[in-house]
Design a protein around this ligand. Sequence first.
Ligand SMILES: [Ca+2]
Ligand SMILES: [Ca+2]
Length: 197
Amino acid sequence: MGSSSSNMDHIPDAQHLMQETGFSAAHLVRLYERFDFLDKDDRGELRLDDFEAVSELAMNPIGDRIIRAFFSPGRETVDFPSFVRILAHFRPTDTNRTRNGRNGAQPEPANSRTNKLKFAFQLYDQDRDGKISREELLQVLRAMLEMQVTEEQLQSIAERAIQEADLDLDDTISFDEFKKSLEKVDIEHKMSIRFLE
Ligand SMILES: [Ca+2]
Ligand SMILES: [Ca+2]
């Protein structure tokens, strides 16, 4: 084992992770340092309270939801590969990597627009039924707009958002409707969290 700064020997599954997520070796080493730092008792896993040290998330109004997204349903710990896979959603989208390249055999990268939107969608869809209900939308709006608007205003913002996005009139927002309603929104810009510096 070398002791250079680009030492990846101790990173589990490094080559595969780089391929899968598009992170460079340097990025991965930095993420590993970050992970290792958060992993206070050196178990090779993070628990919910380890994430409290991430100030970018602590200050984010929906930071608790983002943190929970790191955890697979029913799991209480996050290992390094899962940590990296979630963070890959926040990588800038590669503009030169086409979606249907190589006869579509390759899975879409986590940082594609669609996968970024899927990640955002599940931050709203807390019961994971594939739909954002009015109540789920209200919860996010409440967290993000707290103190700035009255409950009545919140209700009407939610109402308008659902009316605009809900194309099949089932009173909830499906992923397709979500995607369509955000067609003109610069997701790239909104979904960048300075987590890697
Ligand atoms: Ca739902
Ligand atoms: Ca709908």
